[in-house]
Design a protein. Structure first.
Length: 238
């Protein structure tokens, strides 16, 4: 996972309270402090996704539910073998649904006609080496043929912890720099931190499309970049 920090972050809010006397001669609790500066700041880190989640569905039409399900099972088994050959662990392949149902055609002004029985099995596949995701898609299609559909490929970050640390560090540094600047402008000395609150919303993972594949070319998944953001509110005594 590659990380890149963003430094041009604006301060969200400023609250300066200057109440009471010139200073406090003895340490006081946060509730007793009447002179303080409160600042909110945001820090952001840019992350290149290091994994891809592929959603695929095996779909087969047969003369009976049993026949359709058997063909779907064979196709699914071929896809699993292809995944193993591409170094996808069993723990990273999960069945999402299995179904069978009759399928009809609907001629205009006529009685519906039974076309056969549809059997489906859907999979969620986690590719932990993002750069190989396109090759995994191709392997799935080669193994499943016209009986498989690729429903989507979503790049994501396996572990956000490092990105969150960088975003948090940027937010705190920015808040402190502004607090020092305001303290200097006001002719006061910045004291100890008496309050800190972190406000972060869940990071969204946008779904990225796949490049179309010609008969003689390989599928490529564009990973893009995602942002991890942390907002903090910090209060310093004066």
């Amino acid at each position: 996972m590659k990380l890149k920090s963003i430094r041009n972050i604006t301060v969200a809010s400023l609250l300066i309270a200057l109440l009471g006397g010139v200073g406090v001669s003895t340490p006081a609790s946060a509730a007793e402090i009447t002179r303080y500066i409160t600042l909110s700041a945001t820090g952001t880190a840019i992350v290149v996704p290091d994994a891809v989640r592929i959603n695929a569905t095996v779909s087969v039409l047969g003369t009976s539910s049993k026949a359709a399900l058997a063909t779907a099972a064979n196709t699914s088994a071929a896809i699993r073998r292809a995944l193993v050959a591409n170094k996808i662990a069993a723990k990273d392949v999960a069945s999402q649904s299995i179904s069978t149902y009759p399928e009809y055609t609907y001629p205009i002004n006529q009685v519906p006609v039974l076309s056969g029985y549809r059997a489906t099995q859907s999979f969620s596949i986690t590719v932990r080496a993002a750069k190989t995701a396109g090759a995994v898609v191709d392997a799935i299609v080669d193994a499943g043929g016209d009986n498989v559909q690729i429903n989507g490929a979503s790049p994501f970050v396996l572990d956000n912890d490092r990105a969150i640390e960088i975003a948090r560090e940027n937010a705190v540094k920015r808040a402190k720099a502004k607090a020092v600047s305001y303290a200097k402008l006001l002719g006061v000395k910045l004291g100890r931190v008496v309050y800190l609150n972190e406000d972060s919303s869940p990071t969204g993972y946008p779904v990225y499309g796949m490049a179309s594949k010609a008969e003689d070319s390989a599928t490529e998944i564009d990973l893009g970049e995602q942002r991890v953001t942390v907002s903090v509110t910090v209060r310093w005594a004066l």
